[in-house]
Design a binder for this molecule. Structure first.
Ligand SMILES: Cc1cc2nc3c(=O)[nH]c(=O)nc-3n(C[C@H](O)[C@H](O)[C@H](O)COP(=O)(O)OP(=O)(O)OC[C@H]3O[C@@H](n4cnc5c(N)ncnc54)[C@H](O)[C@@H]3O)c2cc1C
Length: 340
């Protein structure tokens, strides 16, 4: 076990915790709102202070930089999946270029003998802009993945894309089935998820379970973190018991300990699932799980389009915002001017 104490899931939040959570929720919503503001993104990508903080979560702006990070992670016994950063493209040409980058990434991973595993966002492939173009971009990636026997994970974005994402994956899944395979992501925060999980388990889908990184209306998602965590625990156990090599994607040590207890009591072998975590988050926990004999895959993003991804990481942990503010103040004191 990685930490002490039983896991407890309360339906109601104790008052002081609820009070503390209110400003955090407001900060999170503001950061997630900012993550969708392109003008702020353009400014942020020019500031040196944010760039140094970004390096913690992003493995570089180029494929070559990412390859160095991937090699280092592999040497530490970690598995990897690569995300070529970008989302919500505004032109069909940009979507096609992003697919080309994924194909170049798959070629590079195969050439260097690194983990052949990528994670793709459909809004980067043109979903919502030109659905036919999106389909053809994903098809191209899956065809190249089949050549390299590479795994392709379709990331999940906000709830307005859930149906289209699952439909496109179901349609194109045969392209590299048995030749690397593909899978989807399910968000515990969404109220619809238990039904999706039932259907996907019946299809033997490879599922990554995450909490959900987007601001969603209460009509479709649990507004309260306690409910999200409780839903995550239930779905996680369902997937560990019946899923096809599920990926337990969380840094929540309480949930990870619950998973460890569940697999120990259920006699579920470590090769029937894996943990997944983000690059730069809880590296200590990643290493401890590897040392304990569990598979851990790190989600490794790279590229110049890091702004929305970075803002979601800030939103997940208020301490990250404090770190950025401290860096800005330090930079101001040292008198360094931002570069253009
Ligand atoms: C491999 C992977 C893939 C993902 N793919 C998707 C996806 O396709 N769609 C989607 O909506 N979401 C995705 N997510 C994000 C996910 O939904 C959550 O937003 C994110 O993982 C934070 O939730 P948590 O489970 O770690 O729990 P939390 O309760 O948010 O965090 C638990 C603890 O983890 C640590 N922690 C968490 N985040 C950070 C951070 N940014 N910086 C520092 N410490 C942190 C803190 O110690 C925190 O107390 C993915 C996450 C992972 C790990």
């Amino acid at each position: 076990m990685l930490a002490h104490g039983p896991s407890r899931y309360h339906r109601s939040v104790p008052a002081p915790t609820a009070l503390r959570a209110a400003p955090e929720r407001a900060l999170r919503s503001s950061l997630l709102w900012l993550s969708r503001r392109r003008s702020v993104g353009r400014l942020a990508t020019r500031l040196p202070v944010t760039r140094s903080m970004v390096a913690r979560f992003v493995a570089g702006e180029t494929l070559d930089e990412a390859l160095v990070a991937l090699q280092r992670l592999r040497d530490a016994g970690l598995r990897t999946t690569v995300d070529v950063l970008g989302e919500a493209v505004t032109s069909v040409a940009d979507a096609a270029a992003a697919a080309d980058e994924y194909i170049a990434t798959l070629d590079a991973l195969a050439a260097r003998g690194l983990d052949r595993n990528v994670s793709v966002k459909l809004s980067q492939m043109g979903l919502g802009l030109d659905d036919d173009a999106c389909r053809s971009n994903v098809r191209r990636i899956l065809e190249r993945a089949a050549e390299h026997e590479a795994f392709v994970r379709i990331d999940m974005e906000d709830h307005t894309t859930t149906d289209a994402t699952l439909a496109l994956w179901r349609d194109l899944r045969p392209i590299n089935a048995g030749r690397g395979d593909s899978g989807v992501v399910i968000q515990a925060a969404l109220r619809r998820t238990p039904a999706d999980v039932d259907a996907l388990i019946a299809e033997r889908a490879r599922i990554r379970l995450c909490k959900g990184a987007y601001v969603e209306p209460a009509s479709v998602a649990f507004p309260d973190k306690f409910d999200v965590d409780a839903a995550y625990g239930r779905l996680m156990e369902r997937l560990l018991a019946d899923g096809a090599f599920p990926a337990i994607a969380t840094h929540d040590e309480r949930l990870i300990n619950r998973a460890l207890r569940f697999v120990r009591h259920g006699g579920i072998a470590a090769d029937r699932f894996e943990f997944q975590m983000l690059y730069g988050v809880r590296r200590d926990l990643q290493e401890r799980l590897v040392r304990a004999g569990f598979g851990v895959r790190v989600y490794v993003p790279f590229g110049t389009q890091w702004y929305p991804y970075f803002m979601r990481r800030l939103a997940e942990r208020p301490a990250n915002v404090a770190f950025v503010l401290r860096s800005i103040l330090r930079e101001g004191r040292d008198g360094r001017a931002p570069t253009s």
